[in-house]
Design a protein around this ligand. Sequence first.
Ligand code: CMC
Length: 428
Amino acid sequence: MEKATLTYQNHVLELPIIKGTEDEKAIDISNLRKSANLITLDLGFQNTGSCMSSITYIDGEKGILRYRGIPIEELAEKASFSEVAYLLIYGNLPNKKEQESFSRRLTQNSMIHEEMLRFFDGFPPTAHPMAILATMVNALSVYYTDYYTEDFQAETFDLIAASLISRIRTIAAYSYKHSIGEPHVYPRRDLQYASNFLYMMFDSPVNPYVPDSEIEKALCALLILHADHEQNCSTSTVRLVGSSMVNLYASICAGICALWGPLHGGANQKVIEMLENIKKNNFTIKQCIESAKDKNSKFRLFGFGHRLYRNYDPRALILKKYCQNIFKKFNYDDSLINIAMELEEAATKDDYFIERKLYPNVDFYSGIIYRMIGIPTNMFTVMFAIGRLPGMIAQWKEMHDSVPLKIGRPYQIYTGNTLRHYVPLNER
Ligand code: CMC
């Protein structure tokens, strides 16, 4: 085995090199503390691997993203969301029998317990849909109690995983219906995953939902493109929380909360708000680019930059095409798409963005498509969560199946006071 050597205080330490299947290399430092009383410090985990995983491969320099080895471009073009969910969770594309049984499980578990509908009445109208989603996912554990991890059975996991994927979509659609004061619409057993979601969102007794294959295809592709992205902030949260052996619902709830942040999944909402702001205030593209570069300004170009991609995010390339197709087909009167394209053109020619390798990420165009589909802006991150769920479940399962299962527990370098003593209140 290849080794790296580290010299410290006259000791020469040999550290094993771990190799991945794509020739990625890591120094295994797990014995460093034992052998040299040293830990490693890497703020924001900019250079730290937290696990070995066979789910998703990303080469940020080349703009490559693959699920279980299959390029994202092929999956977005040819696969259904349920096939991709199965692929991520179980490792291979399902055969006909597996696909049928997985789809059956999705259909049979698509409704939520009727008593849970009362939860929606308790949320104020101003509640953010991500807060509702996280709460409701955690609340599922109260109604569906076959989740205990101590006697974790494969069939129990299969059922919980499929029901969670199915129910998250029902919860999202119900929370939208509740927010606009309309009765909720029950899922249908004859519709595919994305179509069923659109039906539950947009059907009403007075205004029947009219399906459109282009929109359904775009939504399916959006969900697939979001389905996993290896050890990002929310997925790492799911793994870390899940490593305490807490149930899947609680782990996913934590992941959804992490996803909500504007530097992560919340960026898709921020992109549209940014574009609307540019339009409303008649800002020029030049002004925006200059503020994004100005370190004294809080303005960031949302939808730009990525920790891993130092090239075009392959998901953004695919979404740009869907965005343009839907825009043309329906002749949308939406100047935001033009502002977005002008921003992209200006930023990708600007030295600041070129030097830092900042390109549009998945959130840059996804919001514009959601908007064209009719999804309200504050639900964009919920859409991200629905798409990301199979990946979170797959990562949770992989972590649980790993031997030995170690609880996640990083170290720190303490920088506080050294020993001092309690002083009573009247002496302070
Ligand atoms: N606009 C302006 N400057 C930026 C941007 C941006 N969007 N992104 C990065 N920079 C600059 C940053 O100021 C820094 O400059 P300097 O080296 O002079 O200090 C440099 O580029 C490196 O940025 P960083 O913040 O150190 O990079 P990071 O890897 O820690 O952060 C990021 C990645 C995605 C949080 C960041 O690029 C960002 O805040 N982007 C905007 C938010 C966004 O679109 N997030 C969605 C990410 S994709 C969906 C997902 O997977 O979550």
